[in-house]
Design a protein around this ligand. Sequence first.
Ligand SMILES: Cc1cc2nc3c(=O)[nH]c(=O)nc-3n(C[C@H](O)[C@H](O)[C@H](O)COP(=O)(O)OP(=O)(O)OC[C@H]3O[C@@H](n4cnc5c(N)ncnc54)[C@H](O)[C@@H]3O)c2cc1C
Length: 423
Amino acid sequence: MFEANYDVIVIGAGPAGLASAVEAKKSGAQNVLLVERDNALGGILQQCIHPGFGLHIFDEELTGPEYAYRFVEEVKKSGIDVLLDTMVLEIDKDDNRIYAVNGEKGVCNVGYKSLILAMGCRERTRGSIAIPGTRPAGIFTAGTAQRYINMQGYMVGKEVVILGSGDIGMIMARRLTLEGAKVKAVIEIMPYLAGLTRNKVQCLDDFEIPLYLKHTITDIKGRKRVEKVTVSQVDSYLQPIKGSEWEVSCDTVLLSVGLIPENELSKKCQIKLSPITAGPIVNQKMETSIKNIFACGNVVHVNDLVDNVTIESRIAGRFAGLNSIDRNYRIKKIVKCTPGQGIRYIMPQEIEVTDESGDIDLYFRVKEPARGVTIELSSNGETISHIKKQKINPGEMEKMKLKAEMLEKLGEEIKISITEVKG
Ligand SMILES: Cc1cc2nc3c(=O)[nH]c(=O)nc-3n(C[C@H](O)[C@H](O)[C@H](O)COP(=O)(O)OP(=O)(O)OC[C@H]3O[C@@H](n4cnc5c(N)ncnc54)[C@H](O)[C@@H]3O)c2cc1C
């Protein structure tokens, strides 16, 4: 049995956990513990050996492991304690303790003043989307295939069809092609791309991999191993159109059909979750509905760019650190952030106005792609600010700034809405 007490405990050592732990230490926490179930630090970045990380934070194009390494070095220098191979099983929010298991230490019972949830997310599987057909070998989630190829040195197949145009699927289309496989098609049910445009250009277009929008896989055939899939066009209700189907022979199907924030621990300790993001509802300090518990990264909402994860995780770390040394400020009012016309969600969902509140970045995702749009930030029906965008896409996070001097004037709610669409 391992027993200890820390000012701040961070669950998960991906980019969110690493950045928040470092920041918690900088903001005054005396001792910080980082708990990770894997055998190394870095989270999902360990298997992302492609470049494209850190363009905003470091103004450089790094691979995932290179990006993670910069934070791992900071963790080491800051004297943060690390428990690897340790799975957190439960949070006791009343006693401010976590319970975890570790192969050598056994049960770990550790107290905290502030806790940061940074557990990332997991991939949706075939079960979540219910594709009919047989159950042969050769069906992988894109992230699992990435781990096999990039970390364990196993090639997953030779002729591949990818379902879903998420970033992991597109990145894997390129990776498999570079490893000698033939990627025959990327199939997307929606009329638009799920991931970043830059990934379509660099991973599909550059390798002449065809993308079929408004299509889905309606059958998987094969006895021991996948032999072929049936692809059908879908109508505007996303239902397969009879007579539109065709078959593609392949030995492998990769699924890139979305990520689900990893919130089993959060649910068990009754943290309020958003039905839209499936992550904890947080305020601008990245504090959840439960006192002393903060959250950041993909456990809160699925991020396409690691730079945004680092920014919000530094915020979570800073406030978790201040909370642990009782540096909290009197709350003057709470303002709700409500998505208006054309907006799927806003992060954070609430703002606590205090004397110390500074400018706040509001991150949001739109519901549908559009061109020539005006996006407005308003409160009590009055426009606070607006931005114009040539192009918006649900796969890309947008941002608006709420200036500190505006906070006092806000009503109970602020809204972000699309007010004009030209094309
Ligand atoms: C395949 C892929 C490609 C990407 N490509 C890019 C790119 O090119 N550029 C870019 O900017 N971004 C990219 N991203 C996005 C970016 O990498 C992620 O948004 C970011 O890594 C999320 O960080 P995180 O710390 O929230 O989650 P993760 O990295 O998933 O870390 C979560 C950690 O928590 C641990 N954990 C979970 N539960 C527990 C528990 N109960 N106990 C202990 N530990 C636990 C997990 O083991 C994991 O290590 C990509 C993401 C993926 C998946």
